[in-house]
Structures are given as structure tokens and as C-alpha cells.
Design a protein around this ligand. Structure first.
Ligand SMILES: C[S@@+](CC[C@H](N)C(=O)[O-])C[C@H]1O[C@@H](n2cnc3c(N)ncnc32)[C@H](O)[C@@H]1O
Length: 280
């Protein structure tokens, strides 16, 4: 969320402990106060796909005949569509908290997304969609966490956008990825490590200790962010046999942000967003 109004923003930031607490610990109030739940923006994701493609093509990587895995697609299939339209053999999607529910709003979103990709590709028909359902040879959606499942095949490429900061068992998921990705396989992860409370104050959550953060201010499946920093992610990926081929780091000023001593010990405190290309 981004709060730009100066006065409301001031108050909203001042009350952040209370608002976070209500948001993740009082489900009833949560539904009344925060009725507009997060929904993926397929146009923005499409732009991100093009940026990712560009970054990967500089490394000589394309999607032709690749078995791809997307972690945490949210309610958008746009990455799967784009991957298939660029020659991918199959796309598997896993999401621990699937948002792909059959409400009329969701059906409308789904139709608009399909129309969008058809227009983008200049096609009337899509080989993976028969008008009723997806062809399972091309698209498979698994409503679970990667650590809880066994895939039928190894994958050549893994993608995630704004997901790793929401994963609780990051180490376990990365270890699982190291078993699932083929030797030489490529991964692209965009990790938004900013405080999602108000993007105008990207490091406001540095104020809190690990205990306070995890026990009362964040909750898996509702508002969870792990607050790992870029250095933490890098270490975990490298420990599981991935090496970084390329990265784009977006830094933000820390200004006069109060930082808890547990957080102050970490490195890369000013890195807010990282787009990383890795190879096994
Ligand atoms: C902020 S949303 C991003 C969705 C989409 N990638 C986008 O950019 O719009 C984060 C997604 O990660 C999923 N997620 C959270 N923890 C996960 C986990 N452990 N394994 C797989 N997906 C997870 C959530 O259910 C959610 O769909």
C-alpha cells in the first residue's frame, strides 16, 4: 500500500503498530477495515515479464521447450501465458494461499486477462485454453507450498514475483528448489523487501524486534513478510548450490529510520527490491 496524503500518511505511520496488530490478529475488524484485498495487476506483471525476459536474454537464456515453475502467481496467470507464448513446454504454478477463487469478480479478471494476452499476441485462440479449461499438458496449478509436494518432473526455469518476502520457510523452499531444478537450470526471483505497510516509508518495520514482529505484527496467510534482507537471501541461495548470474538492486534512503539492534546487525539495509538471476 502507498499512502501519499501527508497528514493521513503521518497518522497512519504513527499508528502502524495498532493497525498491523488489528490487520493480522483481529480477523473480524480486519475484514471491515481492509475490505480491498490484494489483487495482482496483470498489466504491471506483463511489463515485469518483459523486463525479466530482457535480463535473461542477456545471459543467452530463452523459454523454448523449457519446463517452468512459478511460485506464488497470486490471482494472475499472465506469466504462464507469456511463458507458453514464448515456447515453454509446460508451466507449473504453486501457491500456498491460492486466490484463484470462483467469484464473479475473479471470473471477470480471468476473462480480461485472457483477452489481454490474445490482443498482445494478436491471436483469436490460445493453444492451451479450449474456452472451458486449460490443457493440463501445458498448465498445472497446485494449491500448495513447494515443500509439501513432489513434482513429477524436474524443471528448467523457476520464476517468482514479490513472493519470497512472504514465504515463512524460505530456507526449506530454497532447499526444495535445489532438488527440483535441473543442473544448469535458471531461476528469476524478484523480491520486494520493503515494508509493505506504506511504501512511502519503506523501512518502517525495522523498528521492531524479531519477537515483536513475528508474534503480533505479521501472520502467515494474512500479512506475512519475513523481513529477510538481500544478504540473507543471497546466503541461502548460495548455500543450496545456486550462483547469482545477474542482479538489479533498488536501494532506498534509510533517512532517520529507527532500527532495532537485531536488524542493525544485518547488511544491505538500504536494498528494498532485488531482481536476481540464478543458476544451479
Ligand atoms: C504479493 S502476492 C504476489 C502475487 C503475484 N506474484 C503478483 O506479483 O501479483 C504473494 C503470493 O505468494 C503466495 N505465497 C505466500 N507464501 C507462499 C509459499 N510459502 N509458497 C507459495 N506461495 C506463497 C501468496 O499466496 C500470494 O499469492
Amino acid at each position: 500500500m502507498e499512502v501519499s496524503n501527508r497528514y493521513f500518511g503521518y497518522l497512519y505511520n504513527k499508528l502502524n503498530f495498532l493497525v498491523r496488530f488489528v490487520y493480522c490478529r483481529v480477523p473480524f475488524l480486519n475484514r471491515i477495515l481492509f475490505w480491498k484485498l490484494y489483487t495482482s495487476d496483470f498489466r504491471a506483471l506483463d511489463t515485469e515479464f518483459e523486463e525479466m525476459k530482457e535480463m535473461l536474454s542477456r545471459r543467452g537464456f530463452d523459454f523454448k521447450n523449457k519446463v517452468c515453475l512459478e511460485i506464488g502467481p497470486g490471482n494472475s496467470y499472465i506469466n504462464a501465458y507469456n511463458l507458453l507464448m514464448h515456447g515453454a513446454k509446460k508451466v507449473i504454478m504453486v501457491d500456498k494461499f491460492p486466490r484463484y477463487i470462483r467469484t464473479s469478480k475473479q471470473r471477470d479478471y480471468f476473462k480480461r486477462e485472457l483477452r489481454y494476452i490474445k490482443r498482445k499476441q494478436g491471436k483469436n485462440e490460445l493453444f492451451f485454453w479450449n474456452g472451458e479449461e486449460f490443457d493440463k499438458r501445458y498448465i498445472q496449478f497446485i494449491p500448495k507450498e513447494l515443500t509439501q509436494i513432489e513434482l513429477q518432473q524436474e524443471v528448467d526455469f523457476v520464476l517468482s514475483i514479490s513472493v519470497f518476502e512472504h514465504i515463512k520457510d524460505v530456507a526449506g523452499n530454497i532447499r526444495k528448489l535445489s532438488r527440483v531444478v535441473k543442473p544448469g537450470g535458471i531461476m528469476f526471483h524478484k523480491i520486494d523487501m520493503r515494508d509493505h505497510y506504506n511504501f512511502n516509508k519503506p523501512f518502517l518495520f525495522y523498528t521492531y524486534s524479531e519477537e515483536t514482529w513475528n508474534s503480533v505484527l505479521t501472520k502467515e496467510g494474512v500479512s506475512y513478510t519475513n523481513r529477510l534482507r538481500y544478504g540473507d537471501f543471497k546466503e541461502l541461495f548460495e548455500a543450496s548450490g545456486f550462483r547469482i548470474l545477474d542482479q538489479k538492486l533498488c536501494k532506498f534512503p534509510l533517512n532517520a529510520q529507527k532500527i532495532h539492534s537485531q536488524i542493525a546487525r544485518k547488511s544491505d539495509l538500504d536494498v528494498g527490491i532485488a531482481a536476481i538471476v540464478l543458476q544451479k
